[in-house]
Design a protein around this ligand. Structure first.
Ligand SMILES: Cc1cc2nc3c(=O)[nH]c(=O)nc-3n(C[C@H](O)[C@H](O)[C@H](O)COP(=O)(O)OP(=O)(O)OC[C@H]3O[C@@H](n4cnc5c(N)ncnc54)[C@H](O)[C@@H]3O)c2cc1C
Length: 537
């Protein structure tokens, strides 16, 4: 009889991988967070330490479980009594995880901004998991409600209370529906109609990408009947808080997606859904993009950083454990180069995420403020940084997770060997939602050109790259000057294609310098320790 005498085992690697605490064992993450959190650090440290035990050792496992095909969300269109319900069916594990996260009252006035950011950051290590999109959307919903807090009617005040402080222990969840079938990049081209009905509005038409459709409320953009305006509205997705009957809307179907498969994303028809106006109708697009999408784009920066930290540390651990031709993977120069590059990318991304959040918090509550010249410039720099970060961090994550997968060889693409395939697919989605790369590149160019009347592009570059070597800054300033007059909307020909490519390269390199500077300001520390794994064969 032949027996398998191969005693090869992954046990040592699995032990190191699974015992890794995403916060306590990541000295670099702690360094970055501490650098910006400052006075609050000691108090926050204990809370985040406790949360990290849960996200690293409990929810990491749950996130893997719920991603299995059999656990993905489904829709029940009708109940047994022929009543249309359009209820999303999810596993109890997923619903519990979401409830736990929301019960942390992330958006309460009692919760500090940094606690909110760090808590979400730890959950992001486990991928989108069907919960991180709803959190980002709720963040945007809260911001828009707070921005117009002085003019909210009773219903909107109640919604704000539900999503921030909770009602009887139940916390409201937000969504955001802007994309229509004819295109998501061009929100001003929305055709879903809003019709005035007394002190509120009724919506008629469809939205083509509606994630977190299980949520309680959504920010919805809609064309105001008989006008050219696209307004922003808050729409309860259910008639009552018991979530039994939909608010005059039907869900056609759930989308089958490459990534974020744990999240229900729907195609929806509004048949007179009750809606509340928020902010001035003629500024709907600016409000939706400037307040709501800005928050989601910031969140994509943080998600990208957490995905990368997770992928890189697992690749580093594997490369120390796994032997090929009698040597550890990390002992080959080809692999070592990739590992160093990945670690570098994860660190510069993380450093920039914290730096941008820090500036964002300093500028909070500026919406209604009469800004000085200097403040107006700072606000502009931040706006562009958030767009640049969305492009670069999301793009780099796909590259980094792909390289991490390749370090694992064939095992890298095996769904139940690691979470990397899932993170890779989620990273692909992060590149697209909240604005694909080309849309944002065009936006940045338009912004700088428009602002050039009151903000010299040279001065803008200097301010954005504050702290960077003068010669490097000058080179960017010169390139910016020569790119000012390119036309990203011209007919494609040899020249315009070259210009467009140079613009994309310029933005990429500009934000890279910003990230490098952010990293320099923080200092360095390891993501994983050096292990002493036994020789395997
Ligand atoms: C998983 C998932 C979930 C989503 N959930 C939501 C949601 O909950 N709510 C919501 O509102 N939306 C949602 N979206 C939609 C998402 O925001 C849109 O897909 C995105 O805004 C792009 O719109 P589009 O897909 O219609 O692409 P289009 O607008 O058709 O764009 C197609 C291509 O044209 C390019 N393009 C556009 N403008 C320019 C330009 N000026 N120059 C060069 N190229 C350009 C784009 O970069 C893109 O490559 C979701 C998307 C995904 C993938």
């Amino acid at each position: 009889m032949h027996v398998d005498e191969n005693t090869y085992s992954f046990d040592e690697f699995l032990k190191a991988r699974d015992e890794y605490n995403d916060f306590l064992d990541n000295e670099f993450l702690q360094l970055a967070a501490k650098h910006y959190i400052k006075d609050e650090w000691e108090q926050l440290y204990e809370k985040i330490k406790t949360l990290s035990e849960e996200t690293s050792f409990h929810y990491r496992h749950i996130a893997n479980e719920i991603s299995k095909i059999e656990n993905q969300p489904k829709i029940e269109h009708y109940n047994a009594y022929n009543k249309r319900v359009d209820r999303i069916i999810r596993t109890k594990q997923q619903a519990d995880m979401e409830e736990d996260l929301f019960k942390r009252a992330l958006f309460s006035k009692e919760t500090s901004k940094w606690e909110q950011v760090l808590s979400r950051f730890l959950f992001h290590h486990n991928g989108e998991a069907g919960i991180m999109c709803p959190v980002a959307c709720t963040d945007g919903l809260v911001d828009i409600l707070r921005t117009f807090e002085h003019e909210l009617n009773d219903e909107l005040k109640e919604i704000l209370r539900h999503v921030t402080e909770g009602i009887d222990g139940d916390f409201g969840i937000g969504a955001q529906f802007m994309t229509e079938i004819q295109g998501g990049s061009n929100i001003p081209a929305n055709v879903l109609k809003a019709v005035k009905a007394g002190d509120h509005w009724r919506l008629y038409g469809s939205k083509f990408f509606c994630s977190a459709i299980h949520a309680d409320y959504s920010v919805v953009t809609a064309r105001v009947d008989n006008t050219e305006h696209v307004g922003t509205f808050i729409v309860p997705l259910w008639k009552t808080r018991e979530r039994k009957e939909r608010n005059h809307l039907v869900i056609n179907r759930l989308k089958s997606k490459l990534g974020t498969t744990e999240l229900a994303s729907a195609e929806v028809i509004f048949n007179g859904a009750k809606a509340y106006q928020i902010g001035p109708l003629e500024k709907g697009v600016a409000i939706a993009v400037g307040i709501v999408l800005t928050k989601s784009r910031l969140d994509i920066g943080a998600a990208s950083s957490a995905f990368m930290l997770r992928a890189v540390r697992e690749a580093l651990q594997y490369s120390q454990f796994r032997e090929v031709f009698g040597r550890r993977i990390e002992d080959f120069p080809l692999a070592k180069g990739q590992l160093l590059d990945m670690e570098h990318t994860a660190k510069r991304t993380t450093a920039a995420v914290f730096k941008i959040y820090d500036e964002f918090f300093k500028q909070e509550n500026w919406y209604h403020k009469q800004l000085s010249e200097e403040e107006k410039k700072r606000q502009f720099v931040l706006r562009e940084l958030i767009l640049l970060q969305k492009i670069k961090a999301a793009h780099d994550t796909v590259d980094t997770v792909r390289t991490a997968i390749s370090i694992f060889g064939g095992n890298g693409v095996i769904e139940d060997f690691s979470s990397l395939p899932r993170l890779f697919r989620d990273a692909m989605v992060n590149e697209l939602w909240e604005g694909p790369k080309n849309v944002l590149l065009a936006q940045i160019h338009r912004d700088i050109k428009r602002a050039s009347k009151w903000y010299e592009p040279k001065a803008f570059i200097k301010d954005l790259l504050e702290g960077v070597d003068g010669q490097i800054v000058e080179r960017f300033q010169e390139r910016m000057q020569s790119l000012m007059d390119i036309d990203l909307y011209a007919e494609p020909n040899e020249q315009t294609i070259r210009d467009a490519k140079e613009w994309a390269r310029f933005c990429d390199e500009l934000f890279y310098e910003y990230q490098e500077q952010a990293w320099k300001e923080i200092g360095d520390a390891p993501i994983v320790k050096t292990y002493s794994f036994k020789k395997q064969l």
